[in-house]
Ligand binder design. Sequence first.
Ligand code: ADP
Length: 609
Amino acid sequence: MNVLVLNCGSSSLRAAVVDHASGKRLGELRVERIGKEARSQLNGGAEQPCTGRNHEEVLAATLPTLVSSLPPDTRIDAIGHRVVHGGESFRQPVRIDERVLAEIARLSPLAPLHNPSNIAGIAAARKALPDLLHVAVFDTAFHSTLPARAQKYALDHELAEKHGVRRYGFHGTSHGYVASLAAKHLGAKVRDLSLITCHLGNGASVCAIEYGRSIETSMGMTPLEGLVMGTRAGDVDVGALLHIARAEGLGIAELDELLNRKSGLAGMTGVGNDMRDIEERASKGDERCRQAIHVFCHRVRKYIGAYAAVLGRLDAIVFTAGIGQNSALVRHHVAHNLGILGADLDEDANRVVRVTADAPVARISSDRSRTQLLVVATDEEHAIAQEAAGIAQNRDKVGQARAIPVAVSARHIHLRPDTVEKLFGQGHKLTPLKDLSQPGQYACEETLDVVGPKRTLKAVRVLGPVRGADQVEVSRTDEFFLGIDAPVRDSGDVRGTPGITLVGPAGTVTLSQGVICARRHIHMAPEDAQHFEVADGDVVEVAIDSAGRDLVFRDVLIRVSPKFRLEMHVDTDEANAAELVPGAEGMLEKTQGSASLVVRSTRDDRGVG
Ligand code: ADP
């Protein structure tokens, strides 16, 4: 598919026709100084004056030239619009219609510099190309998975709610894109990795990624929080700002200007925001430039350390964007002393590394480094093209409806053979009580008390057969009851999870890890996967049309194995939220892997505790 990717700033416009599969550019257009004396540049050629006075006129004037410069028979299949702020409303890319446009406009107070220009671009493009599919791709969407504790500021609750004041995060398209390239390079699925991605460009942010989902990021409600940037301050003691404002008699607009345009590298050095320039001057002894580089790198390193603690496990640290991809000096300073996280920089590789569109990933860690250090070329336009193509393809596949039963999985325990013996006595074997829906799985007569720091869950059902690792699957409500904080995980992935104490008739075992809140998932056989056109590891959305309350479950994992029978599993909290009753039906709305599913609920409590 060929996607026209549009990125409209307040006085600029960038358009690229991108092959969504390869990322190859078929044509590119840049227009600067819209509203003044606009100048356009087509396919890297000479700058030309441009007649338009606003986005609509500029697009009307330049789009035909871009289209006529494309290779013969090139068809544009869809348009992907970069939109900066999706607020709480948009967690995924969406097809643009009047309702979506109105919602983006409603969110404008959250990004007053960006969303209005994005809207102007969308309106102009819809006018110029009314018959094509227009998709909005949001900078914030990737971070919609931030847990509440990473979203909240410790401010007055009512005031924060009233004004939508929380952490949203930005650069999400880039963080998600480089994470998937890194995973491909490491020969792993992104959902099996813990990553820290450092997008270091003019704007800069760090992101902690677990399960392919953003769980922490350094930008907050606006792109001002976090790292030192080209002209933005990043983290500053708010008290210091109050002090400056008082002492200098600054108003809101002046503070805004100070923090967004006159701070960061430019503010500290007084020589502008270009890191190349700053490095050059630092090497010649400019003390302010030298200090600015150190402050910049120290801040990145500090966030990496913090995010390693947030993740609890780290497979790779990724450097991307203008500075991350090109500055060996910055990477050197940032990676210094990361041995504590198992990361060891290969200085030679760091000096010579070059990433390109054809070879976008390179390793700069040594062979003995447990945590990989990677340089990855970001390409936000390619990422937007992929997202837009995904939406376009999904539209083509509506109608492959088929019922999927939903089973409600109550809290339960899986045990290793030796743990069974410790809890129930020497030589004890689990006693099957009732077969479960997945072939070979059964609920046992045995139950255990699960003892948490706060309270004890009595008589939790053990499931058979025995496994290679002990695992306790509980709901969020159970977690609160027990007083623990277990992560949402795929069954079997217990690394770094909290432990708990199990009390049986013949003994007590304290697990050092193993408590999870099981991620909702759909089991299916390879034939089912073929029917729904999904693959193992895809993440889908399922709209449950229950007799009680209609609900869309996002983030539903597809698990494919010849041993599985088609069935979706949710936990008791999720079932209660949807008021699932036998016979309820649902429809899959959108997937990353493109499919269309109908879901039928057949409340089948597995191993009720
Ligand atoms: P944006 O956020 O505007 O997309 P980019 O990702 O293009 O920014 O990054 C721009 C930054 O990258 C600039 O500060 C520039 O100085 C820096 N940069 C580009 N090449 C180099 C290099 N070789 N060494 C150091 N910094 C570089």
